[in-house]
Design a protein around this ligand. Structure first.
Ligand code: PBG
Length: 323
């Protein structure tokens, strides 16, 4: 007898009943950019539809929109007014992220606040760690990262997400938080973060391009998959609660493999370059950007991601909640 898989495809209602993967607003995390200063709401040229926001009414209004959309969580990045060799503004209690956390925690207590932990947006040289003799030093960077995470949590962050890719940073941050009484604060590790050309628009947004060299001494070689499993396992041993893979679309195999190997939630960061390509492709009339977006996010979830960090989150959550 002929096998007929098409039987399940003839009607829309049936197709929906048997659909295996769905995107829900609850799956999405929205990145936001906090710029130190007052009354700043500036569209980011490299990320159309996303804004630089100062931690005042400008942030308040945008977060009110975010809450209305049904999104639960934001991932916060800071752009400081001044940069120095150790990235002091990343860890100072009046730094841009800390100001934002305090404001959001007091005015939007039901919003889930995740903070990115890295130094590259705060250092004068644009590197993710402490630079000595032209090299990014691993071990001397760890205390700065731990201090940064602690000060973010003290200001109201609900979860920290280290994106620097130094060895041992998850343990350093976990120990620091535990010693300070924050045993309940989870760490989402950018465990498999690749040295990717897809970060271009983000670096423009954060003014965080390195002024010499690149990030390939700490971020992973895009050609490697086994190494991602090793990174994920090490981060779990060190105390990570959620494992993130970044970028997403060009790394679906990594998402899939890590999903098979770990029993914690897996997050995927669909990065700035992925956003820009879809957005600009749509604006240029090359593709239907909405359909391409849904297909892309569905693929990321189908590969095994539980959570997706995406700049499309706000628009998409609004749309999903309307229908
Ligand atoms: C900081 C950091 C970067 C991104 C997130 N955290 C940039 C980088 O590693 O240069 C990229 C996010 C994106 O492209 O959307 N280390």
């Amino acid at each position: 007898m002929l096998k007929r898989p098409r039987r399940l495809r003839y009607q829309q209602n049936l197709r929906e009943l048997v659909q295996e993967t769905r995107i829900n607003p609850e799956d999405l995390i929205y990145p936001i950019f906090i710029k130190e200063g007052r009354e700043i709401k500036q569209e980011i040229p490299s990320l159309p539809g996303c804004y630089h926001l100062s931690p005042d009414d400008c942030l308040r209004e945008e977060v009110a929109r975010i809450r209305e959309s049904g999104l639960k969580g934001v991932l916060i990045f800071g752009i400081p007014a001044e940069r120095d060799a150790t990235g002091s503004r990343a860890r100072e209690s009046d730094g841009p992220v800390q100001q934002a956390c305090r404001l959001l925690q007091s005015e939007f207590p039901e919003l889930y606040i995740i903070t990115d932990v890295c130094l590259c947006g705060y250092t004068s040289h644009g590197h993710c760690g402490i630079v000595e003799d032209g090299r990014i030093k691993n071990d001397s960077t760890l205390p700065y990262l731990a201090e940064t995470a602690l000060s973010q949590v003290e200001s109201g962050a609900d979860m920290v997400a280290p994106s620097d890719m130094m060895d041992g940073r998850i343990r350093a941050i976990r120990e620091k938080l535990d010693q300070s009484g924050y045993t309940h604060i989870p760490v989402m590790s950018y465990a498999a973060k690749y040295a990717s050309a897809f970060y271009g628009p983000f670096r423009e947004a954060c003014e965080s391009s390195p002024d010499f060299g690149d990030r390939s001494s700490h971020q992973m070689n895009p050609a490697n998959a086994r190494e991602a499993l090793r990174e994920a396992k090490l981060d779990l041993e060190e105390g990570a609660d959620i494992i993130m893979i970044k970028p997403a679309l060009a790394y679906l195999d990594i998402i899939y493999r890590i999903r098979q190997q770990v029993d914690v939630p897996v997050a995927a960061y669909s990065v700035s370059g992925e956003y820009s390509l879809i957005k600009n492709g749509g604006q240029a009339g090359l593709v239907d950007s909405r359909e391409v977006l849904l297909e892309t996010l569905t693929a990321i979830k189908r590969a095994g991601a539980d959570l997706i960090i995406t700049y499309h989150a706000l628009d998409l959550a609004r749309e999903l909640n309307k229908s």
